[in-house]
Design a protein around this ligand. Structure first.
Ligand SMILES: [Zn+2]
Length: 99
């Protein structure tokens, strides 16, 4: 991951541990999808409940690894929407930060 935006120079990681919040995004979406997937498989009867359990367990192991970078992106967007950096602390940002 680049330390800052190549277009506008915005520094991505504001402080150490900044992207810890992206874990919440990743976990939350994984848990939501696993719940929906399991109950869908369970109540439709497409597969045996034990098979459904193994399927969602596999999904829960693979999905967060694949979704890692997108979770960071969502976290970054969320944080910059609700808590934008003040103009004077944006470093060498080339142009006014779009709202
Ligand atoms: Zn940018």
């Amino acid at each position: 991951m680049h330390p800052e935006c190549l277009e506008c120079g915005l520094k991505y990681e504001r402080e150490p541990g900044y992207f810890l919040g992206s874990i919440y995004v990743n976990y939350g979406l994984t848990a939501l999808l696993v719940t929906i997937l399991y109950f869908t498989l369970f109540f439709t009867g497409w597969v045996e409940p034990q098979t459904a359990l193994w399927l969602v367990a596999g999904f829960a192991a693979v999905f967060p690894v694949w979704f890692f970078r997108y979770a960071r992106s969502i976290w970054l967007g969320f944080d910059h929407y609700w808590d934008p950096l003040p103009v004077e602390s944006r470093g060498d940002v080339k142009e006014p930060y779009p709202r």
